[in-house]
Design a protein around this ligand. Structure first.
Ligand SMILES: Cc1ncc(COP(=O)(O)O)c(C=O)c1O
Length: 390
């Protein structure tokens, strides 16, 4: 049976960065875009209907945050993440990246050491550096064929003066959904060394079937007191263009300071369409999301099977969450710094170069599989052909 997610993609004329900017970035045309992390699927129909209905009401003047939005997000946290969050803990940011940056400006000083765990989402580096703070790396390690946290090194970094940590959970690009045991171990270090933790949980809803996200702040009230958690409907329902994310701050003093920093910038809370769309998403999107997660798992399985049979030089550790595959291309007969150009210019497929996620990513490419399976099949065919001509 064909899935709703098998429909061909048509994003033409929408100024999509992934589609319309690929030629400029990669220096060639007719690329299959598998880079920027958004999806080639429309959101649930109920979101589109809510937006149309709000648009038809007219009147787009100044608006307070709708109480229905807050209720819908709190109910989502309860239903999907077994997390009971009082509504007063929730505040907003136009995006997770801007929220992380504002938190760095508010709670740290120039020169402070900020721990991140590469290979990791590139703005974790750039936001720290642009704010004149110092990136301190605790690289993930591979143990028993699985990425994990180097707790001994993390403790050493906290012992030697790093007091701020940016945590990616689930982890982009390696696709780990951290286990409760790992989170408990992490929480113990955060509490022992009193580390402010900015926990980026933008991917929390996009675990693959059989994997469940557990919020770090849920481990205990002691760790929650040191956490600022970022979540959003943007990845989950493909709504990044709304520029809306949620910031959960249980600690009253941290929350007061964060809100004051926002007020200093004169930042608005939510925008009319973002609030209407996101409320509809949280109220009505659960079934669509579960169907999406099944489809994404089908895409993961498809890529892993095809690679094993036809392109064994590319290896992938099966992800537990996100719609990103971290392709290990180190066995291919192509130099690391030429890989990304090779895939674009010889195979016509635009991936993110692994090196942008930190030096540990050299020899890797990040592939976005949130697209119809037929697109993936075409991309793999083009890659196989390009490699056969190497
Ligand atoms: C870990 C992570 N954080 C944040 C973002 C982007 O957040 P925003 O668009 O809300 O700034 C992404 C997008 O890929 C991401 O992977």
């Amino acid at each position: 049976m064909r899935s709703q997610f098998d429909q061909p993609t048509n994003r033409s004329g929408l100024n999509s960065i992934k589609w319309d900017k690929a030629g400029e970035i990669y220096g060639c045309s007719d690329l299959i875009p598998m880079w920027v992390a958004d999806m080639d699927f429309p959101p649930p129909q109920s979101i589109i209907e809510a937006l149309v209905s709000r648009a038809k009401r007219g009147f787009y003047g100044y608006e307070a945050v709708p109480s229905g939005y807050l209720e819908s997000f709190a109910a989502w946290l309860h239903d999907r993440h077994d997390w009971d969050v009082p509504q007063e803990w929730i505040t907003y940011s136009p995006g997770v990246v801007s929220g992380l940056s504002l938190a760095l400006q508010t709670f740290t000083q120039p020169g402070d050491k900020i721990v991140i765990q590469p290979p990791v989402y590139q703005p974790f580096f750039s936001m720290v550096e642009r704010n004149d703070r110092q990136v301190v790396e605790n690289p993930l390690i591979v143990e028993n064929g699985r990425y994990t946290i180097d707790f001994a090194e993390l403790e050493r970094l906290f012992q030697t003066g790093a007091r701020t940590f940016i945590f990616c959970s689930p982890h982009n690009p390696v696709g780990r959904v951290w286990s409760r045991e790992e989170l408990e171990q992490l929480a113990a270090l955060i509490i022992r060394y009193d580390v402010l933790t900015l926990t980026d949980e933008i991917w929390s809803d996009l675990t693959l079937p059989g994997h469940k996200h557990f919020s770090l702040a849920k481990v205990s009230s002691e760790v929650a007191d040191r956490c600022i958690t970022f979540m959003a409907p943007s990845k989950t329902f493909n709504l990044a263009g709304f520029y809306l994310s949620n910031v959960i701050i249980p600690n009253e003093e941290l929350r007061r300071k964060y809100k004051m920093a926002k007020a200093k910038l004169g930042l608005a809370e939510l925008n009319t369409f973002g609030a209407a769309g996101a409320e509809a998403a949280y109220r009505t999107g659960a079934q669509w999301l579960d169907e999406l997660r099944e489809y994404l798992q089908g895409n993961v399985d498809f890529v892993l099977d095809e690679l094993a049979q036809r392109i064994p030089g590319i290896k992938v550790i099966p992800p537990e969450g996100t719609y990103l595959l971290w392709l290990d291309c180190r066995e291919l007969p192509i130099k690391h710094d030429e890989l990304n150009r090779f895939f674009a210019q010889k195979a016509g497929v635009a991936f993110n170069d692994g090196a942008m996620f930190g030096k540990q990513g050299a020899g890797f490419q990040r592939m976005n599989i949130a697209c119809p399976r037929s697109t993936i099949a075409q991309a793999l065919k083009q890659i196989e052909e390009a490699l056969s001509q190497q």
